[in-house]
Design a protein around this ligand. Structure first.
Ligand code: SF4
Length: 345
């Protein structure tokens, strides 16, 4: 095998067809191969029994299916959550989480090795940035986790793992289009959620795509002063500009946004913060998801008390803002983004 090998996971169907033709095969072999990979979860050419021996050998000699190694898999004892550490082909380690809900199986995908955004409450942000993931490496995470539940269908995707998805825009878009495609994973756009810390130019690009995906915004504070203390990105994109871009986004897509708000004791959880937040987002096609902070090592940020969380939610609800409190899942296996990898490294 040479390093320059075509990795089938990096190709869409048309590119797969062109590759088959370049290999001297018929175009329709591409769809058969896609079926093996995406429908049947078979990653070894030798097992692709509707291909001749000669074709199987040619595929193995000249191409590859770049699956990561499953380095470890932790299973929560309390929740239906599994968390994998995956080793990529260059040895980098990423996290991927599988959540088995009553309504279907959801995979939380990483989009970068590390993250540039440096949010102070986030283990991934504190560990720094290594590189972007390719669309194929995002896809491989879903396939690898699906394999751990014997190929049971994955119905939902959340791009909320390591990294800022919109900072790796073109690979992220390629990935969700392939995840949605009938020849790929066939996951409806309405079951795909992307979380961003608020990169305005990319939000505008996403608006132009006009895909019926779910968009979550990590807001975590009602004003720039507070926000920039915990999210450096707030210095680049002021909150009013961000909210303007989001209003434009919902005007076009008519898709409701979710504002994520990590409640940090004594930092952003005061009653006046809730009131200011309500004022800021009033009238927007959006809801708020309050998240009890998952404390990490290396800073002294603490989670707000249950009483404060409930009070914050009540103020928002009283102000007419639909608000939920996120149920915690998998805290016994460090399911918060970046924690498990941090321990491993
Ligand atoms: S919260 Fe998201 S954007 Fe912020 S550092 Fe962590 S991974 Fe990056």
């Amino acid at each position: 095998m040479t390093e320059n090998f075509k990795d089938w996971l990096e190709l869409d169907l048309e590119e797969m067809e062109a590759t088959m033709v370049a290999l001297g095969e018929s175009k329709f072999r591409a769809r058969q191969l896609a079926d093996w990979i995406y429908k049947k979860g078979v990653f070894d050419f030798a097992e692709m029994t509707n291909f001749s021996l000669a074709l199987r050998e040619k595929l193995a000699e000249q191409t590859k299916i770049g699956m990561p190694n499953l380095y470890s898999l932790a299973e929560s004892k309390r929740d239906p959550v599994k968390k994998a550490l995956l080793e990529l082909q260059d040895g980098e380690i990423i996290e991927t989480v599988l959540m088995q809900y009553s309504y279907g199986n959801s995979v939380c995908v990483s989009t970068q090795v590390g993250c540039k955004m440096g949010c102070t409450f986030c283990a991934t942000g504190q560990a720094g940035f290594k590189r972007n993931l390719t669309a194929g490496e995002m896809m491989a995470q879903v396939l690898q986790l699906r394999d751990q539940i014997d190929g049971t269908r994955i119905s939902h995707l959340v791009l909320m793992g390591m990294g800022e998805p919109l900072d790796n825009y073109s690979e992220m878009i390629k990935f969700i289009k392939r995840a949605n495609a009938a020849w790929g994973l066939g996951i409806g756009y309405r079951h795909i959620s992307i979380s961003t810390c608020g990169l305005i130019p990319q939000i505008r690009l996403l608006q132009k795509e006009d895909l019926p995906i779910n968009l979550s915004i990590s807001l975590h504070a009602p004003n720039d002063k507070l926000r920039s203390q915990i999210m450096p990105i707030a210095k680049r994109y002021p909150i009013d500009d961000l909210l303007k871009a989001l209003r434009d986004y919902t005007d076009q897509t008519r898709r409701r946004l979710t504002f994520e708000y990590n409640l940090i004791d004594g930092v952003n959880d005061r009653e006046k913060d809730a009131l200011e937040l309500a004022q800021k987002i009033k009238g927007m096609l959006a809801m708020v998801n309050l998240i009890p902070l998952n404390p990490i090592e290396g800073n002294n940020l603490r989670r707000s008390s249950k009483e404060k969380i409930n009070k914050f939610a009540q103020i928002l609800n009283d102000q007419g803002i639909e608000t939920t409190i996120r149920r915690e899942m998998g805290t016994d296996i460090d399911a918060a983004c970046g924690q498990l990898r941090g321990k491993f490294l």
